[in-house]
Design a protein. Structure first.
Lengths: 335, 212, 127
């Protein structure tokens, strides 16, 4: 360890003791070699009382057969092994110090990693087990899942996105799929326009999520305002919007997209006396007979959108087999 | 920046991955107590835009087959890093009990646990071998996690490899398929080596080539 | 007398490595080496001529080494095949031997020539 810059093994030991991660090391006979402070605090047993003792003797509640198998494979194949709280909530019965105790959480939820470590003296394999406290994650995930469930049910019932009242992703995708099948059969043109608000994260970070929500609503409404009745506009996810343009060629879709860029540039979202300006980047793709399915088409629109993003934003790019083409955004109004 | 490999480097890398696949196949065979059919690993540098299509093309599974994807990231001290994705189809999942020779059907938790275990085994064996051969160093792994399940491969592919989700322009993709001969078990292992890591690999390959 | 050898491996590099090791193992003999890049090419060679030794890889495109062995067995073609492979699963050796291979050697990095030398000694091909 000479290259570590820490020549004092005691220092290293102190670090190991103070990190907020549980760590224990077992020898070939499953005797405890290391038991850091995290483990001591949560188990209530000091390292001094444990070193040299067999893990299963001290903690008879551990699932010996199952754990023994895990340890064996770590030693034999010399590979990492993992136990996630999503599979097994906990290995050790540790108390947790989360305030939210009413959530049916009895013990600290844990992510455990088993790491094979060569024993330099015997040539055998030590197993180092690290324990991460996942309790807070579990609690927030539970709440999140609840909200998501409610939202999903609402969306499925209405085909609409709750925030913007536009169509939701599933609905637009279904319409695109239908249009795609139609085009495959009859060869009529149609286009997809994929939009993404530029630097939306900055809006959220500076003005807060409520301001971000207002921007989303405003952009959505503005886009809708400038589309034809037959066009299908939906919120695709986060700050993404997708538009299905039936009976529209790549050229017309591009002209429309350039106009949409300008429309968004011109609007201002007012939120608590703050005026927020924004812009969008766009990727456009049109039906080609060589495209396998509608998913590939959406993917190509996304590739074109990425091209706009990496070429200065607030711009429109067309997807072409030969490569994406960036269009100047100040095209003349030719209609 | 030149990210391409020379023909010799490709050949060398193919041998390295070949040995790694052998190791993983052997570990898999012992765990499943079956004979594993190995096929030639497919290795190429892929542009981010083309990744979804490439995966659909190369996968042993059909575009509309329902699949489960598990993901794991890895890195070593020689700046080789990337991520691995293991794919099982729903058909294979249903046969887990049969493959293991257990009489009663696995419950969902056991099934997931087994998949995580298998993918950890394949990813670990393969990448440890690659890392040892190229750099004489072991690999560090993140826990395997579920990316998606019971979805059509084409939907997952376009979702996972959406251009704007990818933080790099190129990746070195290795695809290995494991088939169990008697029982119908099929699995794809996809290894994505990051653009930055291709450089590190380049050097090691040249060193191995010079030792020939 | 020259010894005729067929090297079957989809990797050019592997063929080069094996050829190099062989020339040092058989240092008193003249070697006549033919190379094949997959199972089909290998079979064509084996139909056309006889070889003192065949080194056969297992995982190859088009036709695998297993399929080559199966074909030879089905057609009753005798050949001294030594399998040299990265397929190190426990049953692999048993399977290739049941298909008529005279030897099974694991590929390693770097290539370990001890088992190969022992095998050739046992068969009286070298001293």
């Amino acid at each position: 360890m000479k290259h570590m810059g820490i020549d004092n093994i005691q220092t290293l030991y102190n670090i190991l003791n103070h990190i907020n991660i549980g760590m224990t090391v077992l020898d070939e006979q499953n005797r405890i070699v290391v038991w850091n402070q995290f483990m001591a605090k949560h188990s209530g047993i000091d390292e001094a009382d444990l070193v040299g003792k067999n893990l299963f003797d001290v903690f008879p509640y551990l699932p010996e057969q199952w754990l023994e198998l895990k340890l064996k494979s770590v030693r034999l194949i010399r590979n990492y092994a993992f136990v996630s709280w999503t599979q097994k909530p906990y290995l050790f019965r540790f108390s947790h110090n989360s305030m939210m105790t009413g959530e049916n959480i009895d013990f600290m939820h844990q992510d455990c990693t088993f790491i094979p470590v060569k024993n330099e003296l015997t040539g055998g394999v030590y197993v180092c087990i690290t324990i991460h406290d996942m309790t807070d994650v579990v609690i927030s995930q539970m709440k999140f899942a609840e909200i998501k469930d409610i939202n999903r049910t609402l969306e499925q019932m209405t085909n609409h996105d709750n925030l913007t009242s536009l169509y939701n992703r599933a609905y637009v995708e279904r319409q695109i799929e239908l249009e795609f099948e139609k085009a495959k059969r009859y060869g009529n043109a149609f286009s997809i326009v994929f939009c993404d608000i530029d630097k939306f994260k900055v809006v959220n970070d500076t003005h807060g999520h409520l301001a971000g929500d207002e921007v989303l609503k405003n952009v959505g409404a503005t886009l809708q305002h400038h589309l034809r009745a037959a066009d299908v506009l939906g919120r695709y996810g986060g700050e993404e919007f997708i538009i299905l343009l039936p009976e529209t060629t790549l050229e017309s879709a591009s002209t429309l997209s350039q106009r949409l860029c300008r429309n968004i540039e011109e609007i201002v979202t007012n939120f608590q006396d703050v005026e927020i300006k924004t812009s969008i980047s766009i990727g456009v793709v049109s039906f080609r007979p060589d495209v396998q399915n509608y998913l590939q088409m959406i993917h190509e629109a996304d590739v074109a959108l990425y091209h706009s993003k990496t070429n200065g934003r607030n711009a429109v790019s067309q997807y072409k087999i030969t490569g994406c083409e960036l269009l100047g955004r100040d095209l003349q109004n030719d209609d | 920046m030149s990210i391409d490999l020379t023909e010799d480097q490709y050949e060398m890398l193919k041998e390295v991955v070949n040995l790694a696949m052998g190791q993983a196949g052997s570990d898999l065979a012992s765990i499943l107590n079956s004979f594993v059919d190995l096929s030639v690993p497919d290795i190429q540098i892929v542009k981010a835009e083309k990744l979804a299509e490439k995966v659909l093309q190369e996968s042993v599974f059909g575009e509309t087959e329902k699949v489960t994807l598990l993901r794991q990231t890895f890195y070593n001290a020689a700046f080789m890093e990337g991520e691995a994705i293991v794919i099982f189809n729903d058909e294979t999942r249903q046969r887990f009990s049969e493959i293991l020779g257990i009489s009663n059907q696995m419950n969902l938790v056991e099934e997931m646990d087994f998949m995580l275990e298998l993918s950890n085994l394949m990813v670990g064996a393969c990448l440890n071998s690659i890392s040892t051969q190229l750099f004489n160093k072991g690999m560090t792994f993140s826990p395997p996690e579920l990316l998606s399940e019971h979805k059509e491969l084409r939907i997952v592919a376009y979702e996972t490899f959406k251009r704007r989700n990818l933080k790099w322009d190129y990746t070195l993709l290795s695809k290995i398929t494991f088939n169990l001969r008697e029982k119908s078990f099929k699995s794809d292992l996809l290894i994505f080596i990051s653009e930055a890591a291709i450089k590190a690999i380049n050097k090691s390959l040249d060193k191995l080539l010079s030792e020939l | 007398m020259s010894i005729s050898i067929l090297l079957v491996d989809d990797s050019k590099i592997m063929r080069k490595v094996i050829a190099k090791e062989l020339s040092s193992i058989f240092n008193n003999h003249e070697l006549n080496i033919t190379e094949a890049g997959n199972g089909n090419e290998a079979l064509e060679c084996l139909y056309a001529s006889e070889y003192s030794l065949v080194f056969l890889d297992l995982t190859m495109p088009e036709k695998t080494g297993y399929e080559v062995l199966e074909t030879l067995q089905a057609k009753g073609i005798k050949a001294n095949v030594i399998v040299l492979t990265a397929d190190i699963q426990p049953q692999a050796e048993e399977v290739v031997k049941s298909l008529g291979a005279i030897g099974y050697i694991k590929k390693e990095r770097p290539l370990n020539i001890v088992p190969l030398t022992k095998l050739l000694k046992d068969r009286g091909m070298i001293k």
